[in-house]
Ligand binder design. Structure first.
Ligand code: GSH
Length: 270
């Protein structure tokens, strides 16, 4: 039996849910409420010492890191295959998971944090906030967290995220321009699944057009991805009432500033 420790609107949990749905798997879900720091409870830290979601339990063994979980699922339940059959194809597919793990994920976290959670944290009492910061058990994560909390979109970490998205969308547009349906060709793979929740978050924050308004191949890819039943079941159907309009409202509050920093990036590095 598969069990998934997850949080509804976590992009990493969304990746894993989409993979399981593509494969027609059943699982038991355990909600870890990140807003009340359940990820740092001693019981959960035994399963996932990093104090993050998701964690998959398979045959009683915990597996962490969403990219590794998705590959584990594909190797264990190979029908339908979500990785190319040949080693070269798999290396190309993994470039996309690396892009997510080495920049895009931090980008989506910092943009989401500036748009949504920053305000929530500003409304906390000093004591609650101190507990929240002291709970972040990793110095790099804490530096990012503090910087974005203090400076919002002006934080260098948000700029790095904007840059990571720009590089990814540029490569996507180029790769897709030969008319292929998915990132690896006609086969839908973990490359697409890795990207889908990260693109979806920008879409729901109403920020996506900053990057893709002139990228018609990416727009078409997103058009296909967003109606995929696994995305609807693994992502859209998990939103709580009011969450979609809240994301849009919060995203719009920072949109002008994000667009200005995106322009700064293009002026400096584009
Ligand atoms: N590289 C990890 C990242 C996991 C991660 O940071 N998850 C976020 C939610 S998307 C989380 O649990 N954050 C809680 C926190 O940072 O306290 C993965 O892909 O599984």
């Amino acid at each position: 039996m598969l069990e998934l420790y997850q949080f509804g609107n976590s992009v990493c949990a969304q990746k894993v849910r989409i993979t399981m749905i593509e494969k027609g798997l059943d699982w038991k879900a355990h909600e870890v409420n990140l807003f009340i720091s359940e990820q740092y409870s001693p019981e959960y830290l035994k399963l996932n010492p990093k104090g993050v979601v998701p964690t998959l339990i398979s045959d009683g063994k915990p597996i962490i890191e969403s990219t590794l979980i998705c590959e584990y699922l594909d190797e264990t339940y190979p029908d339908p295959r979500l990785m190319p059959d040949d080693p070269f194809g798999r290396s190309q597919m993994r470039l996309w998971s690396k892009a997510v793990d080495e920049g895009l994920f931090e980008g989506v976290v910092e943009l989401s944090f500036s748009a949504m959670f920053r305000q929530r944290m500003q409304n906390m009492t000093d004591e609650q906030r101190a507990v929240r910061f002291s709970n972040v058990g990793d110095p790099r994560r804490r530096d990012r967290f503090m910087s974005t909390y203090q400076d919002g979109v002006a934080s260098p970490y948000v700029f790095h995220g904007i840059a990571a998205y720009e590089k990814a969308f540029k490569t996507m547009e180029n790769d897709l321009s030969d008319g292929r349906s998915w990132l690896m060709g006609e086969q839908f793979t973990l490359a697409d699944i890795n990207l889908m929740p990260l693109v979806a978050r920008l879409y729901y924050l109403d920020l996506l057009d900053i990057w893709i308004s002139k990228r018609s191949f990416v727009q078409d890819w997103w058009g296909r991805a967003k109606i995929r039943p696994s995305l609807i079941q693994g992502l859209t159907e998990h939103f709580k009432p009011g969450e979609v309009s809240e994301m849009k409202e919060f995203g719009l509050n920072i949109k002008t500033e994000v667009a200005a920093r995106h322009k700064d990036y293009l002026d400096q590095f584009g």
